[in-house]
Design a protein around this ligand. Structure first.
Ligand SMILES: [Zn+2]
Length: 123
């Protein structure tokens, strides 16, 4: 393994750790804000339509965060298993450039793209 690659892997381990903290903090704060908003809304006449759409958008944000957390957890698991930087699908080394750009990457670009195509076909 080249020194450059080792450096990037070490850097990514740190990024993944700090991202986990940042997102979990954000999610806690988001939940607190939602609770605060709900309690100030008590006693206000409402047909319920506004509340419903509001909750929909909250759910969307949480889903996106959950997805990122899942990716981070996958990457961290790969680090623990000593397979971080190796594509889950084809078993080849994920190029350093890609790891630099996407610290959560657990697939190489061609495999990721193939997966996205498959995901689109399901829609
Ligand atoms: Zn691959």
């Amino acid at each position: 393994m080249s020194l450059n690659r080792q450096k990037i892997l070490a850097r990514n381990v740190e990024i993944l750790e700090s991202e986990t903290h940042r997102i979990s903090k954000e999610m806690t704060r988001g939940a607190e804000v939602a609770i605060a908003e709900r309690s100030t809304a008590i006693g206000v006449e409402d047909d319920g339509g506004w509340e419903a759409s509001r909750e929909d958008s909250d759910a969307g944000i949480n889903a996106a965060q959950n997805c990122t957390i899942k990716q981070i957890e996958n990457a961290k698991q790969a680090i623990r298993d000593n397979v971080y930087g190796i594509c889950e699908t084809c078993g080849k080394n994920i190029p350093t450039v890609r790891l630099k750009e996407y610290p959560y990457a657990t697939n190489c670009k061609p495999c990721q793209e193939e997966e996205e195509v498959r995901a689109n076909e399901w829609r």
